[in-house]
Design a protein around this ligand. Structure first.
Ligand SMILES: [Fe+2]
Length: 155
């Protein structure tokens, strides 16, 4: 059984965001496998992928909320910013020679707990506003995906 087992209650009903959240869960599960097989090189690789993808996802989500005129954007930005700082701290611990498997365990545990909580509260809160805006914004979404992820299909 995967460490981060997706549950449909984590879906916020915005397909593009739900796919990105699932992708983050996949990376967490990759990290879990690296921990179980004591693969330190994989921990470094996955940490980089996880950070890049999560930060791109945050950027996309932030621009989407802004485009949709979401009124609680500023509070959401603060929450993302705090989490970015946490991820940077983990990365610093890895680069400074802390035991990679130990750091990976902390990242896996905290990211999973944080993401589930964040999705079910802050992300759920913007879902209705964003869903409504997305109905007339498909070309903006394609352009934003290409701008942020480098490809329109990177979900
Ligand atoms: Fe968010």
């Amino acid at each position: 059984m995967a460490y981060f087992e997706w549950n449909t209650s984590y879906d916020i009903g915005v397909d593009i965001i739900d796919s990105q959240h699932r992708r983050i869960a996949d990376y967490v599960n990759g990290l879990d496998e690296a921990i179980k097989s004591d693969d330190k090189a994989a921990v470094f690789d996955l940490m980089e992928l996880l950070k890049d993808y999560t930060f791109d996802h945050f950027a996309f989500e932030e621009q989407l909320m802004e485009r949709a005129g979401y009124p609680l954007l500023d509070a959401h930005l603060v929450v993302h910013q705090r989490f970015r700082a946490k991820v940077n701290d983990f990365e610093y611990a890895l680069r400074s020679g802390d035991d990679p498997i130990g750091v990976a365990r902390k990242i896996r545990n905290e990211l999973t707990r944080w993401l589930i909580q964040h999705i079910q509260h802050e992300d759920q809160n913007y879902a209705a506003v964003v869903r409504k805006a997305l109905k007339k914004e498909s070309s903006w979404v394609s352009a934003a995906l290409t701008r942020i992820f480098g490809t329109e299909t990177r979900v």
